[in-house]
Design a protein around this ligand. Structure first.
Ligand code: MG
Length: 402
């Protein structure tokens, strides 16, 4: 993807400066921006990585991991248990997932699997292991997912030694909330995941109980009664809403042969009263946090300033705008874009051709900022960059689209 190149371009500079720990964990100008209750963008690469906390030893957890009497056994290593699952897409039924060494293993490109039975509020235990030796990076390494009610994903990912955007980290509620800690074991070892889930309840479109999800990773609390705030998702910010009384449990095929074992579930009794949970921040807390994030990014932009190459400073300064709109930054971006284009205009034709990707990345950044009204309508620098792209014939030609 094009945006990767933005990261490649400025990521090294940021790493060299050593100031922004999380800046190389995803794409800039990517997911929906911060809003008045959420200080971070979706898949925000500036969001800090979960701190490392040593997991409890498996020997200490094993006894507790045994299914209690009355639990629904969803996988215990047997063919009979695998038969409790079906392919999520009927056209590839029966599921092609296999049993290997007592675990059920995702066969890449065979599709998600789901339970034949539906469940409501539950306590769920799952053990998973990512492939070893590890392959791929970020979201491409050992990706799967546990989908509560078929829609709310508790992320399964090999983040033992693999940064990614925080709200897509292992045990994140994907696209909603990062885990409070990285308590993962190394790839190939089984992770013990315990989940408690209470669905949100609505009456006549009014939320009467936001519900919650609590997650333990290897005995460490990583999601603490989080109100789901929607069902999450990729790039888009979800909105809180009702969930059905019951739904299937799904496991994701994300193209990696992740293994699962010892899956059991206890349906929880009906709630009495409203359960306490933690939702998004207040508007005041959000505004303060957004200001703080923007200031950190602007300070980082200042450190990237270079008379030879204004682009890294420019892109980083632009990245602060979704957190805090500031006329001074827009003015600074106008000057920096002018300097950048001036430098490009002095290049011989063959050297200019080599700048295609970074110019297009800048164009994409302006497009994102324009979409979210973070730069003025008809912003001159955007017009200039788009004109250069057009003059050089660098637009993407996509079939079937204008
Ligand atoms: Mg996943």
């Amino acid at each position: 993807m094009k945006a990767n190149r933005i990261i490649a371009t400025i990521g090294l500079a940021i790493l060299a400066s050593g100031t922004i720990q999380a800046a190389n964990t995803g794409k800039a100008f990517y997911g929906d921006p911060p809003d008045d209750r959420h200080p971070w963008a979706i898949h925000d690469r500036n969001r800090p990585q979960p701190p490392r906390v040593e997991p409890k030893p498996a020997s200490e957890l094993a006894a507790k991991a045994k299914a209690p009497a009355g639990a629904v056994i969803l996988f215990d290593g047997t063919e009979a248990a695998l038969a409790k699952w079906e392919a999520d897409k009927k056209e590839i039924e029966p599921t092609k997932w296999i049993i290997r060494d007592g675990a059920m293993e995702c066969v890449p490109k065979s599709g998600y699997v789901r339970t034949k039975q539906q469940f409501g509020d539950c306590q769920l235990h799952v053990e998973w292991a990512s492939p070893t030796p590890p392959q791929g990076e970020s979201q491409g390494r050992g990706n799967s997912g546990i989908f509560l009610m078929g829609s709310l994903e508790i992320q399964v990912l090999d983040n033992y030694d693999n940064p990614t955007y925080a709200d897509g980290f292992a045990c994140s509620v994907y696209g909603i909330n990062p885990p409070a800690a990285n308590a993962l074991r190394s790839p190939g070892e089984f992770q013990f995941i315990d989940i408690e889930f209470r669905r949100p309840i609505y009456e006549n479109e009014k939320c009467v109980d936001p519900g919650y999800v609590t997650v333990y990773c290897n005995g460490i609390l990583v999601q603490d009664r989080l109100a789901p705030d929607g069902t999450g998702g990729h790039q888009k910010r979800s909105k809180p809403g009702p969930m059905p009384e019951k739904g299937v449990l799904k496991l994701q095929d994300h193209g990696n042969p992740v293994r699962f074992r010892n899956i059991w579930l206890r349906e929880l009794p009906p709630r009495t009263g409203v359960t306490p949970s933690h939702g998004p921040l207040t508007a005041e807390e959000t505004a303060a946090k957004r200001k703080e994030i923007a200031a950190t990014i602007r300070a980082d932009a200042a450190r990237l300033a270079s008379a030879d190459n204004p682009l890294p400073e420019l892109l980083r300064a632009l990245e602060s705008l979704p957190y805090e709109k500031q006329d001074a930054v827009v003015k600074q971006a106008t000057e920096l874009t002018g300097k950048y284009l001036q430098k490009l205009s002095q290049l011989p034709k063959d050297k200019l051709a080599g700048k295609k990707d970074e110019v297009k990345d800048l164009g994409a950044a302006f497009k994102y900022l324009d979409k979210w009204n973070l730069i003025p309508a008809g912003y001159g620098p955007r017009t200039d960059v788009d004109a250069l792209i057009k003059a050089q014939g660098w637009q993407d030609v996509t079939k079937g689209k204008k």
